[in-house]
Design a binder for this molecule. Sequence first.
Ligand SMILES: [Mn+2]
Length: 427
Amino acid sequence: MKLEATQLAAQNAPYLDTHDRSWDILRQQMESKGLNTKALLQQLSDLQIAIPSWALGAGGTRFGRFSFGGEPANLEQKIADVGLLHALSRSAGSISLHIPWDIPEDPAAIRELAAIHELTFDAVNSNTFQDQPGQAQSYKFGSLCHHSAEVRAQAIEHNLEVIRIGQTLGSKSITVWLADGASFPGQHSLRGALQRTQDSLQAIYRDMPEDWRMFIEYKPYEPNFYSTVIADWGTSLMLAEGCGPNAYTLVDLGHHLPNTNIEQIVATLMMKGKLGGFHFNDSKYGDDDLTVGSIKPYQLFLIFNELVYGMANNTANNPPLAWMIDASHNLKDPLEDLLQSLEAIRIAYAQALLVDQEALADAQARQDVTEAQEILQDAFRTDVRPLVREARWQDGGALYPIQAYRELGIREQLIEQRGMHTIATGL
Ligand SMILES: [Mn+2]
C-alpha cells in the first residue's frame, strides 16, 4: 500500500488554518530573536532517520510477545511500511536491514521498490548473537571474541557476507553489535576476549570496501550479565582506532548504565571525529527500547545540543551521522510508535537548533551559570511543534501524522491485506 500526495493533501486540508495560526505566532517569535526560519525548515527537512527492518512488527520481552494485526510478513511489506512512515512524516527516508532476518532475494527488485517509496538503504546490521539453522559453529559462548578460531572465522565471514549483501542495495556502512561477553567471573579471560575481538574486527575491516564505514556499537550488559566485551564508548573508540579511519563508534541511547552523561560522550567522540552513528530509543532503567522522548526528553535535547554544536564546529571532520531508531513496541501499534519517535527526534533537534550558541559561549566565558542554564532551557521550553509541522507540510507530509494514520484507516487496511496473524521476522 502506498499513500498518494492527493490523499494527504485532502487529509491535511481541514487542519491547515489552525496550523497556520500557530506557525505564524512561532515564526514571528523566532524572527524577532534573529533566527532564520527558512534555514531552520531546511535543516529539519534534511534530518532523515533510518527505520530498522525489525522494528515494524510487535516486539516482545523474554516473558512473551503479543502480536499485532497486519504486521509485514516479508521484506517487500516492510519496505511498504517504511514508505508509509516516510510519506506521513517525511523524515524516515531510509531503511536499515538486519541480516539474516531480511536477506533480499532479488536485490534489483528490492532497490526498485525502495525507490518507489523514496527510500535508500542505510547501514546494514550483522547478527552473531543468534545461531542460524544449518550453521556449523555456535555463538553460545561468543562470536568475534570466541576462544575457537573456527567460530571467529565463521563470524568474520558472516560480517563480510552482510557487507556484500549491503553492496547490492547501495548501503555504505555496517553496524557491528556483539552480544559477546561473560555471565560469570572466570568464564573467560577479559583481556583475551578483547584481544580476539580486536583481531576479528580488524580482519573484517581489512576486507571492507574502501568507501564503506564500520560502526562499532557498545553495551554494558545483557545478554551477558557479568561482562560485555565492548562494554562502553571508550572500548569502542579504542577498537575503532585500532581498525582505521573508516571505523567509528556508534552510540545507542539505551546502552548505558543509569544516569550516564550521554551528551558528554557525544561531545567527546565528535571532538575526535569518531562518532559514526546513533541509535535512538528511551529508557528508565536499562536497555528498555522505549519510544524516543517518552521518558527523558530533556536528555534527548541536551544530546542534540551537542550534536548541533559538533556539526557546526566540526574541526575533526566527523562524517555525517547515520541515524536510526532502535526501539521495540510491545504495546503500541509499531507504526504509531515509530511516528511518535520520529516526531520526538525532530522536536529535540528543532529545540537544539534554537539554542543561541553565541550567547551561550559568552555566558560560559563570563562564568554566568544562571544565564547559561536560562539559554538552554529557553530553547528546550519553546513549543517547536508548529515549526516541525511546517517543515513536514512543506515536504508534502501530514500535518498530524498519527491522526492522519488513524483517519486514513491504514492499520485496518493492512490487516485486511495481510491478515490478523502475520508475524514479522525479528526478535
Ligand atoms: Mn542499537
